[in-house]
Design a protein around this ligand. Structure first.
Ligand code: FAD
Length: 196
């Protein structure tokens, strides 16, 4: 399969980039390992749950991206796990493995490749971090959004950065009692994001 631009990652960044490039006339292929576009921010509940109202914020932004994608010429390749991008004389080949088992190979040949594969949580080990009931903030958020499950009845949300806020509010609105929100950096940094 040949394309002008292969965008790897269908989170907010990759979706916006793919739509912008397609609107300017490029043939765009959007490749993502997940079954649905959305990335971490717009992660959708698993299809089998048949949830009508995914519990994520910025619903209007998601609707705009989702509808924009459906109306666009962007070709979406879901459940394509990219494992290698190879530079060649006449372009670039994106190598992926298909489906949850990641067994069947697939290739996308592109003139240009845009990486929008997102960020990762940095987890600093501390005594007790492997105990049952201890999980990362992003992990709790993924469970809540993707599985519609909460990690317990009471939670302490601890770490640093603005992700703590949507995690704490997401847990609280799902019925979890948030006993404390613990920010290790200067609390004024966190306060800057309080409005959002
Ligand atoms: C676990 C977790 C949960 C988060 N939850 C929130 C939240 O609730 N609210 C918030 O504001 N921020 C959250 N964040 C921060 C998040 O990174 C940003 O809000 C936002 O989603 C970043 O957008 P993005 O498009 O750059 O990347 P992402 O949204 O991370 O999207 C990257 C996409 O790239 C795909 N991808 C990555 N590697 C490959 C590969 N090799 N092959 C194919 N596809 C690949 C992924 O499947 C994903 O869909 C979370 C971060 C993490 C790690």
């Amino acid at each position: 399969m040949r394309t002008d631009l292969a965008v790897i990652g269908a989170g907010p960044a990759g979706l916006a980039a793919a739509l912008a490039a397609a609107a300017r006339g490029l043939h765009v292929t959007l490749v993502d390992a997940a079954p649905e576009p959305g990335g971490q921010f717009h992660r959708q509940p698993a299809a089998g749950l048949r949830a009508e109202h995914p519990p994520h914020h910025r619903r209007r932004t998601w609707t705009r991206l989702r509808d924009g994608l459906a109306a666009s010429s962007v070709r979406v390749l879901a459940e394509h796990h990219v494992w290698c991008v190879e530079r060649e004389t006449d372009g670039t080949t994106v190598h992926a493995l298909l489906g949850p088992e990641q067994e069947e190979p697939a290739e996308v040949r592109a003139t240009a490749v845009l990486l929008a594969t997102g960020g990762y949580e940095t987890v600093l080990p501390f005594p007790g971090w492997t105990l049952p009931g201890v999980l990362t903030a992003g992990g709790a958020q993924a469970m809540l959004k993707g599985g519609l499950v909460v990690p317990g009845r009471t939670a302490v949300v601890a770490g640093t950065g603005p992700l703590l806020l949507p995690v704490a509010t997401g847990l609280a609105s799902a019925g979890v009692s948030v006993a404390a929100l613990v920010e290790s950096a200067d609390p004024r940094r966190l306060a800057r994001h309080a409005g959002a």
